[in-house]
Write a protein that binds this ligand. Structure first.
Ligand code: SF4
Length: 184
């Protein structure tokens, strides 16, 4: 039986990520990413890459966002559109006893792909003439919620009655076992 796992796009392609500046958190995530991918490959697990909702809407020069900004009908519609072929693939693998779907792995902290944690903040508008930028950054925080892409994915799984059949976990450097336990 072949084992299959679905992962957020940047678990296989970090070029899709927003440009980051916190080297410590980049290094910690990269270490876990390499461990996760190499363990999956060494264990013969097939990896299906989800599309990146942010890269496919805003490209490589996008700003960092918070989930509040993506919580709108247009972004949700985009997520729904690019997830539709993924749900079809998921259904096909689940319908065939030759395959075992291990789950879906997102990226904690992401405004889109967060599973247990996403980032929230009162973040909007132009930078020009802005005086309280540091305060806005200080008030941006991790909260125990799904990112918007993962919320839409949850809704689509529920519509297809797949939510009890598919485990959704996340890659998060501070809680590495969440993703590693799926593939060991
Ligand atoms: S939106 Fe998701 S897939 Fe794209 S870079 Fe962010 S976490 Fe990765």
């Amino acid at each position: 039986m072949k084992k299959v796992i679905f992962v957020s796009h940047c678990i296989l392609n970090t070029a899709s990520k927003v440009v980051l500046y916190n080297q410590q958190s980049i290094d910690a995530e990269e270490k876990l990413r390499l461990q996760f991918v190499s363990t999956a490959l060494n264990n013969g697990i097939q990896i299906v890459q989800l599309p990146c909702p942010e890269f496919t809407l805003y490209g490589s020069r996008r700003w960092g966002h918070v989930s509040d900004q993506f919580d709108n009908p247009f972004f949700r519609e985009h997520c729904h559109k690019i997830l539709t072929p993924i749900i079809q693939q998921l259904k096909e693998y689940l319908s065939n006893p030759s395959f075992e779907v291990l789950g879906i792995v997102g990226i904690d902290g992401s405004p889109s792909c967060g599973v247990d944690y996403t980032c929230q903040g009162d973040w909007y508008g132009s930078f020009e003439g802005r005086t309280a930028l540091q305060e806005v950054l200080r008030n941006t925080k991790l909260v125990n919620k799904r990112g918007i892409f993962m919320e839409v994915l949850d809704e689509m799984l529920k519509e297809e009655n797949l939510n009890d059949k598919v485990i959704v976990r996340s890659l998060y450097a501070r809680e590495p076992d969440k993703c590693l336990d799926l593939i060991r």
